[in-house]
Design a protein. Structure first.
Length: 371
């Protein structure tokens, strides 16, 4: 790093990970930027849907307390949503900042305020996209005025291509998600409570059929194995399907509890949402990085690693429920093979995909934008 930067990052929430997978990576990314010596402030609304839903969970207060204990180094400034259009408020808060980054899980009105304030404060403004709306709902992304930003951070090559070819934006950098290895790491000698664990939300029509095929159907055929699912937004029919397949439902799991949950399981699976299997090809979920960082064997439903993020053998890939059932049975029956696969995946994460790697990338991008 050639110099210390003052960076302001606008997130939906870092405090709450309730149905907010972005918090996983962003917590580690901000920690990485601070470790590199940058002055980082995260702005998030005091109240919004993720934090409000978390507070309604029985474990919500303890999850918030755990977050504050694990991430005391993060500086988070809370603002009222009524402040979004107040240019004077943001001019006072952002004075002296070099780089402002707006995550796409924010209202377009905030984007336009930050664009206006930039005229006075002359910071550089980047748009950070870690979702599929640019492909599935491009009209929603256009509301942000992304063509007026100083650049876009996209979490995969396919997304960068969309911004260039469909939005006409040339200054687009790839910034993949990654694992915060200060938190996600193996916990050896942890007693095993279940054979197969999956941590993920139901996903409405984006993933419900995939969950049935790649998890519930194999589970119903492997009654001697212990399956557990954690996540939120499971409808009654989804909960009924879990019960019929003899799968234990654990409800909301604070992401900071995921390392111990992986450690108490013999293997996990990756079930991408349909958009990431068919349209946003080449982009894994954050859970892939985190699970491999915890040293647990992973079996993935169909997903093409078009950017070669991982090495062959880091995890298994299956194409239907029969292959998933056979792969689960094989890894459970051959613990040496499962352990070798888990170690290989962990090596790849530590070599390529930590949040510190991404913080170094983002520092270089910021330097380029400021030139």
């Amino acid at each position: 790093m050639s110099r210390k930067l003052r960076i302001a990052y606008f997130a939906h929430s870092l405090r709450s990970d309730w149905n907010n997978g972005n918090a996983h990576f962003l917590r580690g990314l901000m920690r990485g930027l601070i470790y590199l010596g940058h002055d980082v402030v995260v702005y998030e609304p005091r109240k919004d849907w993720s934090i409000e839903n978390l507070q309604n969970e029985e474990s919500g207060p303890s999850a918030l307390q755990h977050f504050s204990e694990v991430y005391p180094d993060l500086k988070i400034d809370l603002y009222e949503t009524s402040s979004i259009p107040d240019q004077n408020y943001w001019e006072n808060n952002l004075r002296g900042v070099d780089i402002v980054v707006l995550h796409e899980w924010n209202p377009p009105a905030l984007a336009h305020t930050l664009l206006q304030v930039r005229n006075t404060l002359h910071y550089k403004l980047l748009f950070h996209d870690t979702h599929h709306r640019a492909s599935s709902s491009p009209d929603q992304i256009q509301l942000f005025g992304t063509d007026r930003f100083d650049g876009v951070l996209a979490f995969g090559e396919v997304l960068r291509t969309i911004y260039r070819e469909h939005f006409g934006i040339m200054r687009v950098w790839i910034l993949h998600e990654a694992a915060d290895t200060t938190v996600f790491k193996p916990l050896p000698n942890t007693p095993k409570k279940q054979d197969v664990v999956w941590i993920g939300n139901w996903g409405d029509d984006e993933r419900s059929e995939e969950i049935r095929e790649f998890l519930l159907t194999p589970a119903s055929q492997l009654r001697d194995c212990r399956f557990t699912i954690y996540g939120v937004r499971y409808p009654e029919q989804g909960l009924g399907a879990l019960k019929s397949a003899d799968v234990v439902y654990g409800g909301y799991l604070p992401n900071l509890d995921a390392p111990s949950t992986y450690a108490s399981s013999r293997l996990t699976v990756h079930i991408p949402r349909r958009q990431y299997a068919t349209q946003m090809i080449g982009i894994p979920t954050i859970r892939v990085f985190e699970a491999l960082a915890c040293g647990i064997p992973l079996i993935s439903a169909p997903w093409k690693d078009t950017e070669h993020l991982f090495r062959p053998g880091d995890f298994l890939t299956v194409h239907d429920s029969k292959e998933m059932k056979n792969a689960i049975r094989r890894l459970l029956s051959h613990p040496e093979e499962a352990e070798a696969q888990a170690l290989r995946g962990l090596e790849t994460i530590l070599a390529r995909h930590t949040c510190l790697h991404r913080a170094e990338q983002l520092s270089s991008i910021c330097e380029e934008v400021l030139r």
